[in-house]
Design a protein around this ligand. Structure first.
Ligand SMILES: *Cc1c(COP(=O)(O)O)cnc(C)c1O
Ligand SMILES: [Zn+2]
Length: 414
């Protein structure tokens, strides 16, 4: 096992990996999230740019030297990562920028970015000898863990709000997960999962509780750097719920910088829905960062989080790296789903399109110039939620099965 230690983001206490399973015992679950710290000096000599490829048949496991898993150990037989990065000439032209890159993480095996974290979670569960794993989720961590567990032969329990989009709930049942649909919010499902999961001694794949998830998500940043030939964009946009994905991009770039593979971290912009802006509220109040929980409401179900679990890392990393936050309205999110699909062919679920909405929001505020390059991370596939885009689309009208009627309808523009 390569050397790493766990460090509390709040108090800085350090632990050996076999000393604590989840969070800092002194600071507790909410404040005491742990960072995985590697011996960067050791890695500096051992890891080179040429070791990594824009496309690898191993997916995220090509980054094994930078991940907290045993070298050459068991891996789940599903290809995670390797998602396409598009250089969108049409968006660059439309917005007058140098480059607009779109990374489509909806192309993961269960169709969201969460597969990067679930892949690590099932490996850790196996390494530690657990037979059952659980999580609470707005929907994607759930379907992702269900899929990765199925591939791994692990038993899983999934606590979700019963209001999660149908496609995500169906994924769970199809993958054979034990589904616990809670008549309440994600935040309630999370708190209940923590009680039951620990009573049962199942392995916990909950955001910010399990320190290794973020390391899996970090592969999004590593992959982006490799796919761009190590030339990172000026700005990077990512949507924010619990704050783990955002933190993982910082962590990925900080690790790469720490071992000398990049020298500059892009300006990362965390995008939240107006009705679910708990991390931005905490950030705006300044240090020492404290949670400012709310009752969340947004069309973007995956980021409809009122009690964000990784808020402290998200705020700490953003401050340390001079990052930005922006809020977008549900209307901006809905428009962004349609525009992104029509300009790039990438159909994003609402939380995925939220990153694009954040980009457009800053564009309209005059943030960019002709020489600016940006990357937009699309975290989930549009087929996950077919109801939400219908809010802004014209309902289809049936046409009688007669050529004349069809001709007329086409003339009218259907
Ligand atoms: C989970 C999720 C996010 C946000 O990730 P957090 O780590 O909760 O901030 C964004 N988009 C999609 C599609 C997600 O499933
Ligand atoms: Zn602590």
């Amino acid at each position: 096992m390569k050397k790493f230690l766990l460090r509390c983001i709040n108090c800085g206490r350090e632990y050996a990996p076999d000393e604590v399973e989840y969070t800092c015992p002194v600071c507790g679950d909410r404040m005491g999230t742990l960072e995985v710290i590697y011996d960067l000096e050791l890695l500096k000599g051992a890891v080179k740019r040429e070791d990594f490829h824009p496309f690898s048949l191993r997916g995220i496991w090509q980054f094994e030297p930078l991940l907290p898993v045993s070298e050459g150990g068991w891996r789940p037989p599903l290809l995670v990562g390797n998602t396409p990065l598009y250089d969108s000439a049409r968006l660059a032209k439309r917005y007058g920028l140098n480059k607009v890159y779109v990374k489509d993480d909806g192309r993961n095996p269960t169709a969201s970015f969460k597969d990067r974290a679930s892949a690590i979670a099932v490996v850790k569960a196996m390494e530690k000898g657990y037979g059952t794993i659980f999580c609470a989720s707005t929907g994607n961590a759930a379907s992702s863990l269900a899929g990765l567990s199925a591939a791994s032969g692990l038993n899983c329990y999934i606590f979700v709000p019963a209001s999660a989009p149908e496609a995500k709930l169906t994924q769970l049942q199809v993958y054979g997960a034990n589904v616990v649909p809670i008549d309440g919010s994600y935040d309630q499902a999370f708190d209940i999962s923590m009680i039951i999961g620990f009573e049962e001694n199942w392995y916990c794949r909950n955001s910010a509780i399990n320190p290794y998830l973020l390391e899996g998500k970090k592969t999004g940043a590593l992959e982006l750097a490799v796919q761009l030939g190590w030339e990172l964009p000026d700005f990077l946009f990512v949507s924010v719920g619990d704050g783990t994905v955002l933190s993982s991009f910082y962590k990925g770039f900080m690790d790469l910088k720490g071992i000398g593979l990049i020298d500059k971290i892009p300006t990362i912009v965390g995008v939240q829905a107006e009705g679910a802006d708990a991390i931005i509220r905490a950030y705006e109040k300044g240090k020492p960062f404290e949670p400012d929980d709310i009752q969340a409401s947004s069309v973007a179900d995956s980021i409809s989080v009122g009690k964000p679990r990784d808020f402290l890392k998200a705020c700490t990393y953003t401050e340390k790296n001079n990052g930005l936050f922006v809020r977008v309205s549900d209307e901006e999110i809905l428009d962004s789903i349609i525009e992104l699909a029509r300009e790039t062919g990438v159909f994003a679920e609402p939380a995925g399109a939220t990153a694009f909405a954040g980009f457009k929001n800053l564009y309209h505020k005059g943030f960019f110039s002709q020489s600016t390059s940006v990357a937009i991370i699309i975290t989930g596939n549009g087929l996950k939620d077919l109801k939400t885009p219908l809010k802004v689309l014209e309902p289809l009208k049936k046409i009688p099965a007669e050529p004349d009627k069809v001709r007329e309808a086409i003339k009218r523009g259907c």
